[in-house]
Design a protein around this ligand. Structure first.
Ligand code: ZN
Length: 378
């Protein structure tokens, strides 16, 4: 079993050099000293990029800065093309941002055969350590191959000052692992799908550490955000160990993807990944707990009930999300009630992966549950 206590060593095992800020980032500096570095930021993260650029230049590193002229760029063709142009003359890209900028840099440098890293500006999602990247192409969300970053730079001065909703999104993406791991377990029990104990165990321990630190996370304190950031990195490593996204993605992610397609279709800005996943997590948890009250039988019910008993109530997740200024109802993110109803009946079709959503729809449990789920969460 890999040791999740030493996130720096664990990251190194996956080819990523994670570094906490001390006097800036000496290990990173020694790795990029002979490279031409380009920092990629947006209007929100420019304030964090400029001092790093100055520091690199002051240390003798050739460094340029590319800034998107927007507060919230999206990872689509236009933005990737702009980054590709900016990165043409350099050989290392450092994203200064969270999900979107990291995705753009990972993808573009992968295509250009260059290295990249990220100065994480928010503990908002678990893509920092992943080797794939979600992109919008022709108005569709797709997952493209990329490579993993060489460096993840962690500065708690920055991470703790991120907007609360971003830390809340990260908490939503981690609390979701309760459901991902349980979906995986019930699929193992009911369908015989292989369960990788090492990956699941690693994720479970990281999740538990976050729950132990939940007050610190709610307060966006250093210890809390540290445990959250570790768990977000570990989520990527657990997926590598499992060879798929099972440890980090279940029905709540299918709900999120389903809604994302609706936002894209309507040309509306997409809410943060972890915000949607957090909402889906509450729905999944309620679905698990409702099973004890239903008379309907289905194969493997006893096993599923046993797993459900180990899960927290959705109110726990709701309180955490609310304290971090995240929406706790679907109506707050700008989707229609009809779309949410459609999601409850159809999002399980997005992937051929057995989850609580598959179970509800396969055994006709959703018809009796949808109204109550909508009343509680819409
Ligand atoms: Zn996620």
């Amino acid at each position: 079993m890999v040791d999740s206590n030493d996130i720096l060593k664990l990251s190194a095992a996956f080819g990523i050099r994670a570094e906490y800020k001390t006097e800036m980032f000496p290990s990173f500096l020694s790795d990029v000293r002979s490279k031409k570095v380009c920092l990629v930021c947006d209007r929100n993260t420019e304030a964090f990029a400029v001092p790093v650029c100055d520091w690199l230049k002051g240390s003798g590193v050739a460094c340029t800065l590319f800034r998107y002229d927007e507060y919230e760029p999206v990872a689509d063709e236009t933005h990737c093309a702009a980054a590709a142009k900016a990165l043409a003359g350099c050989d290392y890209a450092l994203a200064v941002g969270a999900g979107t900028l990291n995705d753009i840099c990972k993808y573009v440098t992968f295509l250009q055969g260059k290295e990249c890293g990220v100065l994480a500006t928010a503990a908002s999602m678990d893509g920092y350590s992943s080797g794939v990247t979600p992109l919008i192409k022709n108005g569709f969300k797709i997952t493209e191959n990329a490579h993993t970053v060489k460096h993840v730079l962690l500065d708690f001065g920055i991470l703790c000052s991120a907007p609360k909703i971003m830390t809340g999104a990260g908490a939503g993406d981690i609390l979701a692992k309760y459901c991902c791991l349980t979906d995986w377990k019930i699929s193992h029990l009911l369908t015989g799908e292989p369960l990788n104990e090492e990956a699941a165990g690693l994720m479970r321990v990281a999740l538990q550490k976050c729950v132990d630190e939940i007050d610190g996370i709610r307060a966006c304190g250093k210890e809390g955000v540290d445990s959250l950031m570790r768990a977000l990195l570990i989520s990527g490593y657990a997926m590598v160990i499992a060879g798929n996204s099972r440890p980090a993605s279940g029905a709540e992610h299918h709900m999120s993807h389903f809604l994302e397609m609706d936002f894209l279709r309507r040309g509306k800005p997409i809410p943060l990944h972890g915000v949607k996943v957090g909402l889906g997590t509450m729905v999944s948890l309620r679905m698990y707990h409702r099973l004890a009250e239903t008379d309907r039988g289905f194969p493997g019910k006893e096993e599923v009930l046993r797993e459900a008993e180990k899960l927290p109530q959705p109110e726990f997740v709701r309180d955490v999300l609310a304290s971090l200024q995240c929406p706790t109802r679907f109506s707050q993110i700008g989707v229609s009630e009809d779309t949410v109803r459609d999601m409850l009946f159809n999002c399980y079709k997005i992937r051929d992966r057995f989850t609580i959503m598959t179970l509800y729809n396969r055994y006709d449990l959703m018809r009796g549950a949808a109204d109550a789920l909508i009343a509680e969460f819409y």
